[in-house]
Write a protein that binds this ligand. Structure first.
Ligand SMILES: C[S@@+](CC[C@H](N)C(=O)[O-])C[C@H]1O[C@@H](n2cnc3c(N)ncnc32)[C@H](O)[C@@H]1O
Length: 169
């Protein structure tokens, strides 16, 4: 992903500095993710690259967070499901899964099945701007808020707050 997708954006560094505008897929005016996901190869490349990029932090969250206090969790904007898989592998008492746009479902399902975790981890197809978030003891957002403006960030955090049961995180 760094070679094929991210590196070419650096060619527009001057334009980014002058305009203050993003130089990624959002440059064409469409939605970043709609643009990216129109092409199945780019979708696969992006999702599997997110797994590589997020593995170290997923393992840190798996080890350092006090999961024993909770039973269920959902990773919001999960991509391939790197975080839920790491958490579920180390904490057999937990169940839950990952929420993402419907087109992500096949890659999440395939990845989770490769770890034999399909009984405990489910995919929640949803657009988090259009629908309320599902409820669980713990909701995780990894590399999500930075993609959106302040108003959108506030909306996502307040949706998470509304979805959480009392005493949840
Ligand atoms: C930068 S990736 C982060 C993936 C993963 N959480 C991680 O840290 O590796 C952002 C994720 O948000 C998902 N996403 C973007 N817009 C969404 C929407 N409107 N509803 C649900 N998921 C969305 C994308 O499909 C993508 O998987």
């Amino acid at each position: 992903m760094v070679n094929q997708r991210l590196y070419p954006f650096w060619g527009s560094l001057t334009e980014a500095l002058r305009s203050g505008q993003p130089q990624n897929e959002a440059k064409t005016g469409g939605s970043f993710f709609e643009e990216l996901y129109q092409n199945p190869e780019r979708l696969r490349l992006f999702l599997s690259s997110m797994t590589g990029l997020s593995m170290t932090s997923a393992q840190a969250v798996t080890q350092k967070f006090w999961w024993s206090d909770f039973q269920t969790f959902i990773d919001i904007g999960t991509a391939q499901g790197a975080l839920p898989v790491q958490v579920a592998l180390s904490h057999p008492h937990l169940s839950g899964g990952g929420l993402d746009l419907p087109s992500v479902a096949p890659m999440f399902t395939e990845y989770v099945a490769s770890f034999e975790l399909s009984q405990r981890l489910h995919f929640y197809p949803s657009d988090f701007f259009q629908e309320p978030l599902p409820s669980a003891d713990v909701l995780v957002m990894g590399h999500i808020l930075h993609d959106w403006n302040l108003e959108e960030k506030r909306m996502l955090v307040s949706k998470a707050y509304e979805a959480l049961p009392q005493g949840a995180l």
